[in-house]
Design a protein around this ligand. Structure first.
Ligand SMILES: [Zn+2]
Length: 256
């Protein structure tokens, strides 16, 4: 094996698998390995991100067919294969498992609403700056949902996800699959407005808030202890129930 001193450069041939080529420039999506020449002892994470792939999207790195950590330092010419999370593969340890709480950036309001509708805990404000998002993420140990690639590449981000689709329905399916949320879904248990967990409440306690017809036709109510919003199974709920049904059908239908 050739010896390298610290001024030398080494070459990496790097292949991105299972859809990670989404992040490559169009002219690099040829399924040919990408060549990079880097300084001796460059971290493999930096090589991967220099190709445009945010590190939270990477769950398995093989350097010359051996599993490697993000901080693995490239010391000789090598061939590297990079894979995203897959529920079909045993954990390789780069991404956490069992993540159930999230913070979403201000452009994903409709995804947030869907996830809360399904009972998933998602912190969100429609005007946070990046520092606020990262602070909430770290303080509350949440995974970051964003389509802002530089933000997802921030070094303090451990777990996160970049929904590929621009459509909220598809983003919801993608997020459920990526974090294996299907067993944790509890539709209609969380406030769509503020993320609070709903409590059942007596009709008598909320009757003063209700329109006359609502007072007449509904008996079961829930209330958000955080923002005070009252919920009942009005006609609008049928539409939401249909959406939940469609999401659950797609999310549990493998990779269609
Ligand atoms: Zn609320």
């Amino acid at each position: 094996m050739a010896r390298h001193d610290r001024n030398e450069r080494v070459s990496v041939l790097i292949s991105f698998h299972e859809g990670l080529d989404y992040f490559l420039k169009p002219n690099q999506r040829s399924h040919q390995p990408i060549g990079r020449t880097v300084d001796y002892r460059t971290a493999i994470k930096d090589v991967i991100e220099s190709c445009g792939i945010p590190h939270p999207e990477v769950d398995l790195i093989l350097v010359d067919k051996q599993p490697a950590e993000f901080l693995f330092q490239v010391q000789t010419d090598c061939i590297t294969d990079v894979y995203p999370f897959s529920s079909q593969r045993a954990s390789s340890g780069l991404q956490g498992r069992g993540i159930r709480t999230f913070v979403a950036d201000g452009h994903l309001g409709k995804l947030v609403r869907d996830l809360r509708l399904l009972g998933i805990d998602v912190a969100y404000r429609n005007d946070p700056d990046d520092r606020d998002l990262l602070t909430i993420m770290l303080r509350e140990k949440r995974a970051l949902l964003t389509r802002d690639r530089p933000l997802l590449m921030h070094r303090v981000v451990e777990n996160g996800f970049f929904p590929r689709s621009q459509k909220p329905f598809e983003q919801t399916i993608e997020t459920i699959r990526r974090f294996e949320l299907a067993p944790a879904l509890a539709p209609f248990t969380r406030c769509l407005r503020c993320n609070g967990v709903l409590n059942c409440t007596e009709k008598a306690a909320v009757i003063h808030e209700l329109e006359p017809l609502t007072q007449l036709y509904y008996e079961d109510f829930t209330k958000c202890p955080s923002c005070g919003q009252t919920y009942w199974r009005g006609s609008h709920v049928e539409k939401l129930e249909k959406r939940v049904e469609n999401i659950l059908a797609r999310a549990t239908d493998q990779e269609t």
